[in-house]
Design a protein around this ligand. Structure first.
Ligand code: NDP
Length: 492
């Protein structure tokens, strides 16, 4: 199979009005006191007085951290019964200990821009949980990055990594750095300055970062180069490396491929497949690209992509050179999906989201909270059968409740997008053994991991009547593994 590199990601030069508006959407708008009917309905059945008391304590300790609290609430609601019915877990106060990060590192990043001005950014590394392996999770460079965003991502990552069955703890990091409009030199100086501080907190057996939004092979390269110089050693301290210097084949496509492999397993449970299905995808970054490629390979028709500026609808299907063009769009520094509409003469819907389009399968692959209650209602009304998250927490809590109420196939990102971090672990194994695996071997291992994660969700999430609650299944499976390891390791 021909491998087309998605990365490096380049700086953008424009900031659109649509993007600015989108920034506001990143945090959920509704406060806890203004819950919608669907939220109240679900909470009536899934919660207890004690659970509310527990959540109040967590909210008081993390004031204003909406994204983090959203991620915690989803987990607490689904694992509460399992947790409280296990006296050893309760005695060890496992849930509260799992929610509190082991370490929150915040640091200053100073660097000099092309005009000779000294700039200051804030960098972070959240080392969430190391019960089952070294901290592992990506680095995000995005102006919206803050402690709440990274704590939500590190918390989710802990469950995701546990689900992979591979020995990785949970972590996440990043900086409030806006790559748009930055020159190549500025990108390098920033990435190097970031690593000048981060290097003292990471290591191949301590914490192994990777890429995420705004961090592709180029930025990974600059960070690795600085680490190697400071530590004076060549180790697998970061994943997503170039193929020539320790990277794994298929790492760029792994997350998107894994999402489709997971959805394929979900579809099998209702005797369906991708063949002949209409698929709506959001975003046009690395995850969307891999998902579009694999879904079309499996015979589906991918009809949408989106960007901060709106979405495109391609009724002929996004295949071949059109998928390759996604890479060009990312590298153009423009960050506009409208370019696709102009090139291939298809309709563009400014400021809109693809969830208004009729589809059988929806793969939200752009960013957190990009699919809300109204979008979920639209999809259900249009008879969607499967929604599989490619991004981290792209569906709001309200949206997930709508999907669950409609009893469609719905998978949370912590299960369905775990193919990326799994392939990162394959990269760590190759580095540790000074070896390089063939593409077919990596792809076979990736498929195997996604099947196992799916099975774990089914084992822990199957309800009366056969419908699988993948959110519950993923949370309980991940929770059990980390909780048992924490108990066995004592109070540390
Ligand atoms: P990329 O930076 O490659 O792509 C994300 C793209 O989505 C960017 O172009 C971004 O624009 C755009 N975008 C942002 N907000 C919106 C929006 N509301 N609607 C449409 N497009 C939008 O990131 P990745 O593909 O790597 O990551 C996407 C998601 O997948 C994230 O949630 C990430 O955490 C998750 N993920 C990624 C993994 C990986 O291996 N890369 C692994 C597991 C999860 P802009 O740059 O302006 O924000």
């Amino acid at each position: 199979m021909a491998i087309k590199k998605m990365t490096p990601k380049k700086a953008d030069t424009k900031k659109t009005a649509a993007k600015k508006a989108d920034t506001k959407k990143s945090e959920p708008k509704k406060s806890a006191s203004k819950k919608t009917e669907v939220v109240k309905e679900v909470q009536k059945t899934s919660s207890t007085k004690d659970m509310h008391g527990f959540m109040k304590k967590i909210e008081a300790r993390n004031p204003g951290q909406k994204l983090f609290l959203q991620a915690v609430q989803e987990v607490v609601e689904t694992v509460w019964e399992t947790y409280t019915s296990n006296p050893v877990f309760v005695k060890n106060n496992i849930l509260e200990r799992m929610i509190e990060p082991e370490r929150v590192i915040s640091f200053k990043v100073t660097w000099v821009n092309d005009k000779g001005e000294v700039c200051v950014n804030r960098g972070y590394r959240i080392q969430q949980n190391s019960a089952i392996g070294p901290y592992k999770g990506g680095i995000r460079f995005d102006p919206k990055v803050d402690e709440s965003t990274l704590k939500f991502l590190a918390f989710e990552q802990t469950f995701k990594n546990a689900l992979t069955t591979l020995p990785m703890g949970g972590g996440k990091g990043g900086a409030d750095f806006d790559a748009k409009g930055k020159s190549e030199g500025e990108m390098m100086r920033f990435a190097q300055a970031f690593m000048q501080e981060l290097f003292r907190h990471i290591g191949p057996h301590t914490d192994v970062p990777a890429g995420d939004i705004g961090v592709g092979a180029r930025e990974v390269g600059y960070m690795f180069g600085m680490y190697k110089k400071l530590a004076n050693e060549f180790t697998g301290v970061i994943t997503g490396k170039g193929l020539n210097w320790g990277g794994s084949i298929f790492r760029p496509e792994a997350t998107g491929y894994g999402v489709v492999y997971f959805a394929q397993e979900q579809l099998k449970t209702i005797k369906e497949s991708f063949k002949g299905k209409r698929v709506a995808i959001s975003g046009f970054g690395q995850v969307s690209w891999g998902a579009a490629k694999k879904a079309s390979e499996l015979g589906a028709k991918v009809v949408t992509l989106s960007g901060p500026d709106g979405y495109i609808l391609d009724e002929k299907g996004i295949t071949g050179e059109k998928i390759d063009y996604m890479v060009e769009m990312k590298l153009s520094n423009r960050n506009l999906v409208k370019d696709y509409a102009d090139k291939f003469k298809v309709p563009f819907f400014p400021g809109k989201k693809p969830w208004e389009v009729k589809c059988d399968i929806a793969l939200p692959c752009a960013t957190q909270n990009e699919l809300n209650e109204k979008d979920a209602e639209n999809l259900v009304k249009n008879k969607v059968i499967c929604v599989t998250e490619g991004a981290n927490m792209p569906c709001t809590l309200e949206a997930t409740y709508i999907f669950q109420k409609a009893k469609i196939l719905f998978a949370p990102g912590k299960a369905s997008n775990a193919g990326g971090v799994s392939t990162s672990c394959f990269e760590m194994t190759q580095n540790a053994t000074f070896s390089g695996w063939a593409g077919s071997e990596v792809d076979a291992k990736l498929q195997d991991v996604m099947k196992k994660i799916h099975q774990a969700c089914v084992d822990h999430g199957k309800e009366k009547g056969g419908w699988v609650n993948y959110v519950k299944g993923a949370n309980i499976a991940g929770f059990m593994k980390v909780a048992k390891a924490m108990c066995e390791q004592g109070v540390v």
